[in-house]
Design a protein around this ligand. Structure first.
Ligand code: ADP
Ligand code: MG
Length: 150
């Protein structure tokens, strides 16, 4: 039923809980996991600004993004090994974009059967029922979403 899983991760504790849950889905017939990390472009715009950016600044932003992509690839490696040891086929994706939007695009591109994500992520604000990314994904995803609570 849930053969192909999309697992968007921000490497937060809640998202680690989600990966533990996915391990258990192997026994229930899940075969493949697409692990996705989105490098947040909105955030880097807010931090560095891009409307005024010239050639040098754009080159700098690109080098920052490349560095973040490299770090994400390193952080994804142990997740991949763990999932492979559990018997899953694993695909890793590091993408640039607005996380909530990019997650929905990848969900369609990969034609997954289910998305598994954390109810919260790195911000993990106590008063929030859901994080902004998870709320948007739950609202707009056409396929089932499994939300792992913090
Ligand atoms: N940049 C990202 N790339 C991939 N997945 C993400 C990203 N940000 C959040 N997620 C996923 O969405 C879940 C909820 O995160 P989020 O809504 O951002 O909560 P918070 O507001 O607490 O940070 C995370 O546990 C993770 O599964
Ligand atoms: Mg977040």
């Amino acid at each position: 039923m849930f053969e192909k899983i999309l697992f968007p991760t921000d490497f937060s504790d809640v998202s680690k809980k989600a990966s533990a849950f996915i391990m258990g889905m192997r026994e229930a017939g899940a075969k493949e996991v697409v692990v996705l990390r989105v490098i947040d472009q909105k955030r880097s715009e807010l931090t560095h600004g891009t409307s005024w950016a010239g050639k040098d600044e754009l080159k700098f932003f690109d080098s920052v993004n490349k560095q973040l992509e490299q770090e994400a690839k390193e952080e994804l490696k142990p997740i991949k090994s763990k999932l492979r040891r559990a018997g899953f086929a694993v695909k890793l994706r590091v993408e640039r974009g607005v996380p909530k939007t990019r997650i929905l695009e990848v969900e369609k591109e990969e034609d997954v059967s289910v998305t598994v994500l954390g109810s919260h992520g790195r911000s993990n604000i106590a008063e929030m029922l859901l994080g902004s990314v998870s709320e948007h994904v739950i609202r707009h995803c056409k396929k089932p979403v499994i939300v792992i609570k913090r």
